[in-house]
Design a protein around this ligand. Structure first.
Ligand SMILES: Nc1nc2c(ncn2[C@@H]2O[C@H](COP(=O)(O)OP(=O)(O)OP(=O)(O)O)[C@@H](O)[C@H]2O)c(=O)[nH]1
Length: 202
């Protein structure tokens, strides 16, 4: 029997090419995929973690950054327990578009959603355009948590997802989230779901 205490939905959003899929693959499979193609629509993976002796399942939804998939991906915001908004520290454009993504969150997500701002690709030291403190200030202003990662070098990736699992577990224990944990967090036994058949990748 696949026993777990809570199931949390975590959704990654952000511009195309910032590394959302690589972050998910690094965390769930421990690898950095070579020649990663653009996500088409949405994809998801599941990983179990342990928080203070309790087994927690993270259902991690990886959304396409491309504009043409926006209407599909928006529909995934509402059921998210946590949102990870990713930008590329080497791409000013991806950072400049963050306010747009925050508007999307305000429009489509649950008001109590736990959100993280993530600056990815910190291994590219010489190509960095966004200093850490700028990202940090931005996150503070929007009451988001902040971390910088490298999916390539596996830096801070586990820390990001474990922190989310820990915070959501804490919230669940405190019954701070809107619906009863028995319904909201352990809605389904998803042990048989390991991939999304409607998700294609180039
Ligand atoms: N150097 C470096 N490259 C990365 C890192 N993460 C991702 N990349 C590269 O960035 C490119 C885009 O990565 P993806 O994970 O497909 O980006 P995405 O945000 O999922 O893109 P969409 O699916 O189009 O929304 C790929 O060439 C990756 O190899 C990282 O931490 N460091």
């Amino acid at each position: 029997m696949d026993d777990y205490k809570y199931l949390f939905k975590v959704v990654l959003i952000g511009e195309a090419g910032v590394g959302k899929t690589c972050l998910v693959r690094r965390f769930t499979q421990g690898l950095f995929p070579p020649g990663q193609g653009a996500t088409i629509g949405v994809d998801f993976m599941i990983k179990s973690v342990e928080v203070n002796g309790e087994k927690i399942k993270l259902q991690i939804w990886d959304t396409a950054g491309q504009e043409r998939f926006r209407s599909i991906t928006q529909s995934y915001y509402h059921s998210a327990n946590a949102l990870i908004l990713v930008y590329d520290v080497c791409s000013q454009l991806s950072f400049d578009n963050i306010p747009h993504w925050i508007q999307e969150i305000e429009k489509y997500a649950n008001t109590k959603v736990f959100s993280y701002l993530v600056g990815n690709k910190i291994d590219q030291i010489n190509r960095r355009e966004i200093p850490s403190h700028i990202g940090e200030q931005f996150a503070k202003r929007y009451e988001m948590k902040f971390i910088e990662t490298s999916a390539k070098e596996a830096e801070n990736v586990d820390a990001l997802f474990y922190d989310i699992a820990t915070e959501l577990t804490k919230q669940a224990h405190q019954q701070a989230l809107e619906t009863d944990k028995g319904v909201n967090f352990k809605a389904h036994n998803t042990s048989t779901i390991s991939s999304c058949s409607t998700c294609l990748r180039f």
